[in-house]
Design a protein around this ligand. Structure first.
Ligand code: NCD
Length: 354
């Protein structure tokens, strides 16, 4: 079964193919208007969402398919304590494809292990958000003309920002991509995001001003209030970076500014009129890429998932991440992977034992 849990479930060739199909959809929308006639998508959103859920639903509607939805953690049997595994087994009987968002890290992998129809991770806690990355890739490709030979600044909450983790995983597979990771010390990108990335160079800084002149892409992110365990830390860090027209004076004229949205206050509204700001266009590109993805997964549903690289799975370690799926799913066995000498939870990738 083809599923999308991690952006690495798609090869670079497949990403390029999705971009091609999305571009064809942009040019010839009527060609696709009945492509999913008779098919149904379920959107299960157990965490707040505007763009991701609506763009999935809009995507399926534009393909001529139908949508059924659960929006909110309190409106389904999840509130009665039903496990993700059980929910997915049931929903698989109702639809042809499922997109799910959940606040628990690793929820997507458990769902994918229990589905009988293609499953798409629409965000699992602070872990991954591969379909936002699809939107980001199409935006960068169409607005900057390439996905290689780029210096990409990623600014804000790199610790909890799941879109950041998936974007780094995807873009480090392209030739000569340099990342400048801009965040407060406390919100640095977790180590697992870099492991096994043989390409891409990473520079870490706290200064957006210093990074600005060298960037081809500036990817701003929101400080993820809902994932902080202590409010005082959030209050202290929440205004770490605010992009203003003045700060953009030193930026390249051809730089592009992306943001997965929602914006809180990390980009001043005054930046919206700058021709380099493409974050609202990015949401439209997201719909096109989700259309391309739905088409692909429905077509390839009987093909196996891509094999992950040589990860050794062991079951003698316990994950201690309180928002890992192993902490809440009934009878789910703890499993760890050994990667480059590190032991990580199979589900959420948190460090178990160094
Ligand atoms: C992002 C998310 O949910 O991770 N939003 C989105 O899907 N476009 C980013 C965020 O919430 O900050």
């Amino acid at each position: 079964m083809r599923n999308l849990i991690d952006i690495l479930d798609l090869s670079v060739e497949e990403l390029d193919e999705l971009i091609k199909v999305a571009s064809d959809i942009i040019d010839n929308p009527s060609k696709y208007a009945k492509a999913c006639e008779g098919k149904q998508l379920a959107t299960l959103f157990f965490e707040p969402s505007t763009r991701t859920r609506m763009s999935f639903e809009s995507a399926m509607n534009y393909l001529g398919g139908k949508v059924i939805t659960v929006a909110g953690a309190n409106t389904s049997s999840a509130a009665k304590g039903e496990s993700i595994a059980d929910t997915i087994k049931v929903v698989s009987n109702y639809v042809d494809i499922i997109a799910m968002r959940h606040r628990i890290e690793g929820a997507a992998l458990v769902a994918a292990n229990n589905t009988t129809v293609p499953f798409i991770n629409a965000g699992d806690g602070g872990h991954f958000h591969p379909t936002q990355t699809l939107a980001d890739l199409l935006t960068i490709y169409r607005e900057s003309g390439r996905l290689d030979n780029l210096t990409v600044g990623i600014c804000g909450d790199l610790k909890y920002g799941r879109t950041v983790h998936s974007l780094i995983a995807a873009m480090s597979r392209y030739e000569n991509v340099k990342f400048v990771l801009i965040s407060p010390e406390e919100l640095k990108c977790p180590e697992y995001v870099f492991e096994g990335k043989d390409r891409g160079s990473f520079e870490v800084t706290t200064s957006l001003e210093e990074a600005m002149p060298k960037l081809d892409i500036l990817y701003m992110t929101r400080i993820q209030k809902e994932r902080f365990t202590d409010e005082a830390t959030y209050e202290r860090l929440k205004d770490s970076y605010i992009l203003t027209p003045e700060k953009l004076l030193s930026a390249k004229p051809e730089m592009r500014i992306l943001h997965p949205l929602p914006r809180v206050n990390e980009i001043s509204v005054a930046v919206d009129d700058d021709p380099r700001a493409v974050y609202f266009k990015q949401t439209l590109y997201g719909r096109y890429m989700r259309m391309a993805l739905i088409l692909k997964l429905l077509k390839e549903k009987d093909l196996p998932d891509i094999e992950r690289e040589n990860d050794v799975v062991v079951d003698k370690y316990k994950c201690t991440n309180p928002v890992c799926i192993t902490s809440c799913e009934q009878e789910l066995k703890h499993k760890a992977i050994v990667r480059n000498g590190k032991v990580r939870c199979l589900y959420c990738e948190h460090d178990i034992k160094s």
